[in-house]
Design a protein around this ligand. Structure first.
Ligand SMILES: Cc1ncc(COP(=O)(O)O)c(C=O)c1O
Length: 387
Protein backbone atom coordinates (compact mmCIF):
# COMPACT_ATOMS: atom_id res chain seq x y z
CA UNK A 1 0.00 0.00 0.00
CA UNK A 2 1.01 3.59 -0.50
CA UNK A 3 2.47 5.93 2.06
CA UNK A 4 -0.28 7.72 4.04
CA UNK A 5 -1.14 11.18 2.79
CA UNK A 6 0.37 13.99 4.87
CA UNK A 7 -1.90 16.18 6.99
CA UNK A 8 -3.96 13.66 8.93
CA UNK A 9 -6.21 12.63 6.05
CA UNK A 10 -8.76 9.99 7.00
CA UNK A 11 -9.90 9.15 3.48
CA UNK A 12 -8.29 10.02 0.18
CA UNK A 13 -11.16 9.67 -2.30
CA UNK A 14 -9.88 11.84 -5.12
CA UNK A 15 -8.14 9.20 -7.21
CA UNK A 16 -9.66 10.49 -10.44
CA UNK A 17 -7.60 13.64 -9.84
CA UNK A 18 -4.45 11.68 -9.08
CA UNK A 19 -3.40 8.41 -7.45
CA UNK A 20 -0.58 7.72 -5.01
CA UNK A 21 2.67 6.58 -6.58
CA UNK A 22 3.10 2.83 -6.43
CA UNK A 23 6.11 1.93 -4.24
CA UNK A 24 7.50 -0.30 -7.00
CA UNK A 25 7.35 2.64 -9.42
CA UNK A 26 9.14 4.89 -6.94
CA UNK A 27 11.85 2.29 -6.40
CA UNK A 28 12.33 1.83 -10.14
CA UNK A 29 12.70 5.54 -10.84
CA UNK A 30 15.14 6.41 -8.04
CA UNK A 31 18.36 5.28 -9.77
CA UNK A 32 17.50 7.54 -12.71
CA UNK A 33 17.22 10.51 -10.37
CA UNK A 34 20.61 9.54 -8.94
CA UNK A 35 23.57 7.77 -10.46
CA UNK A 36 21.89 6.71 -13.71
CA UNK A 37 21.47 10.27 -14.90
CA UNK A 38 22.89 9.90 -18.40
CA UNK A 39 21.13 11.17 -21.48
CA UNK A 40 19.50 8.22 -23.28
CA UNK A 41 20.60 9.65 -26.62
CA UNK A 42 24.27 9.36 -25.62
CA UNK A 43 26.32 6.57 -27.18
CA UNK A 44 28.39 5.78 -24.06
CA UNK A 45 27.64 2.98 -21.60
CA UNK A 46 25.53 4.96 -19.08
CA UNK A 47 23.59 6.52 -21.98
CA UNK A 48 22.92 3.08 -23.41
CA UNK A 49 21.69 1.91 -19.98
CA UNK A 50 19.24 4.82 -19.84
CA UNK A 51 18.14 3.97 -23.39
CA UNK A 52 17.53 0.34 -22.39
CA UNK A 53 15.43 1.48 -19.43
CA UNK A 54 13.36 3.66 -21.76
CA UNK A 55 12.96 0.74 -24.15
CA UNK A 56 11.73 -1.50 -21.31
CA UNK A 57 9.14 1.10 -20.33
CA UNK A 58 8.10 1.42 -23.97
CA UNK A 59 7.65 -2.37 -24.13
CA UNK A 60 5.49 -2.24 -20.98
CA UNK A 61 3.27 0.56 -22.30
CA UNK A 62 2.99 -1.11 -25.70
CA UNK A 63 1.88 -4.38 -24.09
CA UNK A 64 -0.54 -2.55 -21.80
CA UNK A 65 -2.15 -0.65 -24.67
CA UNK A 66 -2.10 -3.53 -27.16
CA UNK A 67 0.24 -1.87 -29.63
CA UNK A 68 3.86 -2.17 -30.69
CA UNK A 69 6.49 -0.63 -28.43
CA UNK A 70 7.55 1.51 -31.40
CA UNK A 71 4.06 3.00 -31.56
CA UNK A 72 4.33 4.58 -28.09
CA UNK A 73 5.14 8.31 -27.94
CA UNK A 74 5.95 9.46 -24.41
CA UNK A 75 4.63 12.89 -23.46
CA UNK A 76 4.44 15.12 -20.40
CA UNK A 77 1.01 13.72 -19.46
CA UNK A 78 -2.54 13.17 -20.60
CA UNK A 79 -3.08 16.78 -21.59
CA UNK A 80 -0.15 16.77 -23.96
CA UNK A 81 -1.07 13.36 -25.39
CA UNK A 82 -4.60 14.61 -26.12
CA UNK A 83 -3.34 17.86 -27.62
CA UNK A 84 -0.84 15.99 -29.78
CA UNK A 85 -3.61 13.75 -31.08
CA UNK A 86 -6.09 16.54 -31.84
CA UNK A 87 -3.83 19.35 -32.99
CA UNK A 88 -1.20 17.05 -34.49
CA UNK A 89 -3.68 15.30 -36.78
CA UNK A 90 -5.43 18.54 -37.74
CA UNK A 91 -2.18 20.28 -38.52
CA UNK A 92 -1.09 17.36 -40.66
CA UNK A 93 -4.23 16.41 -42.58
CA UNK A 94 -6.80 19.16 -41.87
CA UNK A 95 -10.47 18.27 -42.30
CA UNK A 96 -13.28 18.24 -39.80
CA UNK A 97 -13.05 17.07 -36.19
CA UNK A 98 -15.89 15.52 -34.21
CA UNK A 99 -15.71 15.05 -30.42
CA UNK A 100 -18.19 14.03 -27.73
CA UNK A 101 -19.66 16.69 -25.45
CA UNK A 102 -18.22 15.11 -22.31
CA UNK A 103 -14.54 15.02 -23.29
CA UNK A 104 -11.93 16.35 -20.90
CA UNK A 105 -10.88 19.96 -21.59
CA UNK A 106 -7.55 18.55 -22.86
CA UNK A 107 -9.54 17.29 -25.87
CA UNK A 108 -12.35 19.84 -25.97
CA UNK A 109 -10.20 22.99 -25.97
CA UNK A 110 -7.85 22.10 -28.86
CA UNK A 111 -10.78 20.59 -30.77
CA UNK A 112 -12.92 23.73 -30.31
CA UNK A 113 -9.99 25.88 -31.39
CA UNK A 114 -10.02 23.93 -34.65
CA UNK A 115 -13.75 24.27 -35.21
CA UNK A 116 -14.79 20.79 -34.05
CA UNK A 117 -18.40 19.69 -34.01
CA UNK A 118 -19.73 18.17 -30.83
CA UNK A 119 -21.75 14.96 -30.50
CA UNK A 120 -24.27 15.02 -27.63
CA UNK A 121 -24.62 12.42 -24.89
CA UNK A 122 -27.80 10.97 -23.41
CA UNK A 123 -29.00 11.38 -19.81
CA UNK A 124 -26.67 8.56 -18.71
CA UNK A 125 -23.65 10.34 -20.17
CA UNK A 126 -23.26 7.91 -23.07
CA UNK A 127 -22.52 9.36 -26.50
CA UNK A 128 -25.62 9.38 -28.72
CA UNK A 129 -24.58 7.13 -31.60
CA UNK A 130 -27.36 8.33 -33.90
CA UNK A 131 -26.39 11.96 -33.39
CA UNK A 132 -22.74 11.02 -33.88
CA UNK A 133 -23.60 9.22 -37.12
CA UNK A 134 -25.29 12.39 -38.40
CA UNK A 135 -22.08 14.37 -37.84
CA UNK A 136 -19.90 11.91 -39.74
CA UNK A 137 -19.09 12.12 -43.44
CA UNK A 138 -16.23 12.04 -45.95
CA UNK A 139 -14.82 15.38 -44.77
CA UNK A 140 -14.25 14.22 -41.19
CA UNK A 141 -10.59 13.39 -40.52
CA UNK A 142 -10.63 12.89 -36.74
CA UNK A 143 -13.14 11.63 -34.19
CA UNK A 144 -12.33 11.71 -30.47
CA UNK A 145 -14.45 9.86 -27.92
CA UNK A 146 -13.07 9.05 -24.48
CA UNK A 147 -13.09 5.56 -22.90
CA UNK A 148 -14.26 6.57 -19.39
CA UNK A 149 -15.41 9.96 -18.21
CA UNK A 150 -13.31 11.92 -15.71
CA UNK A 151 -16.28 13.19 -13.73
CA UNK A 152 -19.05 10.61 -13.75
CA UNK A 153 -16.91 7.59 -14.71
CA UNK A 154 -19.25 6.46 -17.49
CA UNK A 155 -17.68 4.10 -20.03
CA UNK A 156 -18.29 4.95 -23.68
CA UNK A 157 -19.11 2.40 -26.40
CA UNK A 158 -15.70 2.79 -28.03
CA UNK A 159 -15.99 -0.26 -30.30
CA UNK A 160 -19.34 0.93 -31.66
CA UNK A 161 -17.91 4.41 -32.22
CA UNK A 162 -15.02 2.92 -34.21
CA UNK A 163 -17.37 0.79 -36.33
CA UNK A 164 -19.57 3.82 -37.05
CA UNK A 165 -16.61 5.98 -38.02
CA UNK A 166 -15.21 3.31 -40.37
CA UNK A 167 -18.60 3.08 -42.07
CA UNK A 168 -19.55 6.78 -42.23
CA UNK A 169 -16.23 8.62 -42.25
CA UNK A 170 -13.67 6.30 -43.82
CA UNK A 171 -11.02 9.04 -44.01
CA UNK A 172 -11.19 9.70 -40.26
CA UNK A 173 -8.80 8.57 -37.56
CA UNK A 174 -10.23 7.65 -34.16
CA UNK A 175 -8.64 8.99 -30.99
CA UNK A 176 -9.59 7.69 -27.58
CA UNK A 177 -8.68 9.46 -24.34
CA UNK A 178 -8.20 6.44 -22.05
CA UNK A 179 -6.69 8.47 -19.19
CA UNK A 180 -9.49 7.61 -16.73
CA UNK A 181 -10.10 4.13 -18.12
CA UNK A 182 -6.68 2.52 -17.92
CA UNK A 183 -6.76 1.77 -14.20
CA UNK A 184 -10.02 -0.14 -14.57
CA UNK A 185 -10.57 -1.40 -18.10
CA UNK A 186 -8.74 -3.57 -20.60
CA UNK A 187 -7.82 -0.61 -22.78
CA UNK A 188 -5.85 -2.86 -25.14
CA UNK A 189 -9.08 -4.66 -26.02
CA UNK A 190 -11.51 -1.75 -25.76
CA UNK A 191 -9.38 0.52 -27.94
CA UNK A 192 -8.03 -2.16 -30.31
CA UNK A 193 -9.70 -0.46 -33.26
CA UNK A 194 -8.54 3.08 -32.40
CA UNK A 195 -5.71 4.81 -34.23
CA UNK A 196 -4.60 7.00 -31.31
CA UNK A 197 -4.92 6.33 -27.55
CA UNK A 198 -3.91 8.65 -24.67
CA UNK A 199 -2.97 7.63 -21.13
CA UNK A 200 -1.45 9.42 -18.13
CA UNK A 201 0.80 7.73 -15.58
CA UNK A 202 -0.37 9.58 -12.45
CA UNK A 203 -3.86 8.16 -12.85
CA UNK A 204 -2.60 4.59 -12.40
CA UNK A 205 0.09 4.77 -9.74
CA UNK A 206 2.83 6.36 -11.82
CA UNK A 207 4.32 9.84 -11.39
CA UNK A 208 2.84 13.13 -12.54
CA UNK A 209 4.21 14.66 -15.70
CA UNK A 210 4.38 11.47 -17.78
CA UNK A 211 1.89 10.27 -20.35
CA UNK A 212 1.82 8.43 -23.61
CA UNK A 213 0.06 8.59 -26.93
CA UNK A 214 -0.18 5.28 -28.76
CA UNK A 215 0.14 6.14 -32.43
CA UNK A 216 -0.81 3.09 -34.47
CA UNK A 217 0.67 2.63 -37.96
CA UNK A 218 -2.63 3.89 -39.43
CA UNK A 219 -1.98 7.31 -37.84
CA UNK A 220 1.78 7.63 -38.02
CA UNK A 221 1.89 9.51 -41.31
CA UNK A 222 -0.95 11.79 -40.25
CA UNK A 223 0.51 13.42 -37.16
CA UNK A 224 2.58 16.60 -36.92
CA UNK A 225 4.57 17.34 -33.75
CA UNK A 226 3.33 20.17 -31.53
CA UNK A 227 6.85 21.26 -30.70
CA UNK A 228 9.84 21.04 -32.95
CA UNK A 229 13.35 20.01 -32.06
CA UNK A 230 15.36 16.82 -32.03
CA UNK A 231 14.75 13.24 -33.02
CA UNK A 232 13.32 11.90 -29.73
CA UNK A 233 10.07 9.93 -29.83
CA UNK A 234 10.36 9.63 -33.61
CA UNK A 235 10.43 13.42 -33.87
CA UNK A 236 6.80 13.53 -32.65
CA UNK A 237 7.78 14.69 -29.18
CA UNK A 238 11.30 16.10 -29.30
CA UNK A 239 13.27 16.90 -26.16
CA UNK A 240 15.39 14.86 -23.78
CA UNK A 241 13.15 12.24 -22.25
CA UNK A 242 11.97 12.22 -18.62
CA UNK A 243 13.79 8.93 -18.06
CA UNK A 244 12.97 8.45 -14.36
CA UNK A 245 9.30 9.27 -14.86
CA UNK A 246 8.97 7.07 -17.93
CA UNK A 247 10.66 4.14 -16.16
CA UNK A 248 8.20 4.49 -13.27
CA UNK A 249 5.27 4.77 -15.70
CA UNK A 250 6.32 1.48 -17.30
CA UNK A 251 6.40 -0.29 -13.94
CA UNK A 252 3.06 1.21 -12.89
CA UNK A 253 1.43 0.24 -16.20
CA UNK A 254 2.60 -3.36 -15.96
CA UNK A 255 1.40 -3.66 -12.34
CA UNK A 256 -1.93 -2.07 -13.20
CA UNK A 257 -2.57 -4.61 -15.93
CA UNK A 258 -1.35 -7.55 -13.81
CA UNK A 259 -3.55 -6.58 -10.84
CA UNK A 260 -6.46 -4.99 -12.72
CA UNK A 261 -9.00 -7.75 -12.33
CA UNK A 262 -8.36 -8.08 -8.59
CA UNK A 263 -8.30 -4.30 -8.12
CA UNK A 264 -11.61 -3.87 -9.93
CA UNK A 265 -13.24 -6.55 -7.76
CA UNK A 266 -11.81 -5.22 -4.48
CA UNK A 267 -12.28 -1.51 -5.13
CA UNK A 268 -15.64 -2.03 -6.86
CA UNK A 269 -16.94 -3.66 -3.66
CA UNK A 270 -15.62 -0.76 -1.57
CA UNK A 271 -17.24 1.73 -3.97
CA UNK A 272 -20.56 -0.09 -3.73
CA UNK A 273 -20.40 -0.07 0.06
CA UNK A 274 -19.62 3.66 0.07
CA UNK A 275 -22.37 4.57 -2.38
CA UNK A 276 -25.02 2.31 -0.87
CA UNK A 277 -24.16 3.58 2.60
CA UNK A 278 -24.40 7.23 1.56
CA UNK A 279 -27.63 6.72 -0.39
CA UNK A 280 -29.19 5.01 2.63
CA UNK A 281 -28.02 7.61 5.13
CA UNK A 282 -28.57 10.81 3.17
CA UNK A 283 -32.11 11.69 2.06
CA UNK A 284 -32.25 13.41 -1.33
CA UNK A 285 -29.06 11.80 -2.63
CA UNK A 286 -28.70 9.97 -5.93
CA UNK A 287 -25.99 8.56 -8.18
CA UNK A 288 -25.10 10.90 -11.02
CA UNK A 289 -25.04 8.08 -13.59
CA UNK A 290 -26.03 4.40 -13.66
CA UNK A 291 -23.57 2.34 -11.67
CA UNK A 292 -23.40 -0.47 -14.22
CA UNK A 293 -21.99 1.96 -16.80
CA UNK A 294 -19.27 3.35 -14.56
CA UNK A 295 -15.69 2.31 -13.83
CA UNK A 296 -15.18 0.57 -10.48
CA UNK A 297 -13.61 3.54 -8.68
CA UNK A 298 -16.27 6.09 -9.54
CA UNK A 299 -18.77 7.30 -6.93
CA UNK A 300 -20.31 10.55 -8.10
CA UNK A 301 -23.33 11.63 -6.10
CA UNK A 302 -25.85 14.41 -6.38
CA UNK A 303 -27.31 15.91 -3.17
CA UNK A 304 -30.55 17.86 -3.38
CA UNK A 305 -30.54 21.36 -1.90
CA UNK A 306 -26.90 21.81 -1.23
CA UNK A 307 -23.75 23.14 -2.82
CA UNK A 308 -21.25 20.37 -3.61
CA UNK A 309 -18.35 22.72 -3.17
CA UNK A 310 -19.45 23.59 0.37
CA UNK A 311 -19.84 19.89 1.18
CA UNK A 312 -16.40 19.11 -0.27
CA UNK A 313 -14.98 21.91 1.90
CA UNK A 314 -16.56 20.50 5.07
CA UNK A 315 -15.48 16.98 4.12
CA UNK A 316 -11.92 18.24 3.76
CA UNK A 317 -12.13 19.61 7.30
CA UNK A 318 -13.26 16.16 8.45
CA UNK A 319 -10.32 14.45 6.75
CA UNK A 320 -12.08 13.32 3.56
CA UNK A 321 -10.54 14.36 0.25
CA UNK A 322 -13.20 14.47 -2.47
CA UNK A 323 -13.86 16.92 -5.24
CA UNK A 324 -16.48 18.55 -7.38
CA UNK A 325 -15.84 17.34 -10.91
CA UNK A 326 -12.53 17.63 -12.71
CA UNK A 327 -9.54 18.92 -10.80
CA UNK A 328 -9.16 21.86 -13.12
CA UNK A 329 -12.85 22.78 -12.78
CA UNK A 330 -12.87 22.84 -8.99
CA UNK A 331 -12.49 26.29 -7.55
CA UNK A 332 -14.40 27.65 -10.52
CA UNK A 333 -18.11 28.17 -9.89
CA UNK A 334 -19.19 27.13 -13.37
CA UNK A 335 -21.23 23.92 -13.26
CA UNK A 336 -19.72 20.82 -14.82
CA UNK A 337 -19.98 20.70 -18.63
CA UNK A 338 -20.41 16.93 -18.31
CA UNK A 339 -23.51 17.14 -16.11
CA UNK A 340 -24.96 19.95 -18.22
CA UNK A 341 -24.45 17.81 -21.33
CA UNK A 342 -26.35 15.01 -19.54
CA UNK A 343 -29.29 17.39 -19.16
CA UNK A 344 -28.83 18.44 -15.52
CA UNK A 345 -29.90 21.93 -14.49
CA UNK A 346 -27.02 24.18 -13.36
CA UNK A 347 -28.46 24.16 -9.81
CA UNK A 348 -28.57 20.34 -9.63
CA UNK A 349 -25.11 20.09 -11.18
CA UNK A 350 -23.73 22.32 -8.40
CA UNK A 351 -25.03 19.86 -5.82
CA UNK A 352 -22.68 17.03 -6.72
CA UNK A 353 -19.54 15.61 -5.15
CA UNK A 354 -17.14 13.20 -6.83
CA UNK A 355 -15.70 10.52 -4.59
CA UNK A 356 -13.17 8.49 -6.56
CA UNK A 357 -11.46 5.38 -5.26
CA UNK A 358 -8.19 3.96 -6.49
CA UNK A 359 -5.72 1.10 -6.31
CA UNK A 360 -4.65 2.09 -2.77
CA UNK A 361 -8.09 2.77 -1.24
CA UNK A 362 -8.61 0.95 2.08
CA UNK A 363 -11.84 -0.19 3.80
CA UNK A 364 -11.26 2.17 6.73
CA UNK A 365 -11.39 5.13 4.34
CA UNK A 366 -14.90 4.11 3.35
CA UNK A 367 -15.82 3.64 7.04
CA UNK A 368 -14.51 7.11 7.88
CA UNK A 369 -16.45 8.73 5.01
CA UNK A 370 -19.66 6.93 5.91
CA UNK A 371 -19.27 8.16 9.48
CA UNK A 372 -18.59 11.83 8.74
CA UNK A 373 -20.43 12.66 5.48
CA UNK A 374 -24.12 12.19 6.42
CA UNK A 375 -24.04 14.54 9.45
CA UNK A 376 -22.19 17.15 7.38
CA UNK A 377 -24.91 17.07 4.73
CA UNK A 378 -27.49 17.53 7.50
CA UNK A 379 -25.52 20.45 8.91
CA UNK A 380 -25.25 22.17 5.53
CA UNK A 381 -28.92 21.76 4.77
CA UNK A 382 -29.92 23.02 8.23
CA UNK A 383 -27.69 26.07 7.76
CA UNK A 384 -29.31 26.93 4.43
CA UNK A 385 -32.92 26.46 5.64
CA UNK A 386 -34.48 29.82 6.55
CA UNK A 387 -35.38 29.91 10.26
C1 LIG B 1 -10.01 12.03 -19.18
C2 LIG B 1 -8.78 12.87 -18.92
N1 LIG B 1 -8.02 13.24 -19.94
C3 LIG B 1 -6.91 13.98 -19.76
C4 LIG B 1 -6.50 14.37 -18.51
C5 LIG B 1 -5.26 15.18 -18.35
O1 LIG B 1 -4.21 14.37 -17.86
P1 LIG B 1 -2.92 15.04 -17.18
O2 LIG B 1 -3.33 15.44 -15.81
O3 LIG B 1 -1.91 13.95 -17.16
O4 LIG B 1 -2.50 16.17 -18.03
C6 LIG B 1 -7.28 14.01 -17.40
C7 LIG B 1 -6.91 14.45 -16.04
O5 LIG B 1 -7.76 14.63 -15.18
C8 LIG B 1 -8.44 13.22 -17.61
O6 LIG B 1 -9.21 12.85 -16.59
Amino acid sequence: MSAPLAGGVGAYLDNAATTPLRPEALEAMLPFLGPEFANPSAAHGPGRRARRALDDARDALGAALGCLAGEIVFTSGGTEADNLAISGVHESVGGEIVVSAVEHPAVLRPAEARGARVAPVDARGVVDLDALADLLGPGVRLVSVMAANSEVGVVQPVREVVALVRERAPAALVHCDAVQAFAWLDVAGLCAGCDLVSVSAHKFGGPKGVGALAVRASASGALAPLIRGGHQERGLRPGTENVAGIVAAGVAAALTVEQREATVARVGALRDRLVDGLLAAVPGSAEAAPRALRVAGSAHLGFADLDGEELAFLLDGAGVCASVGTACASGARTPSHVLLAMGWSPAAARGTVRFSLGWATRPDEVDHTLAVAPPLVGRLRAASTPA
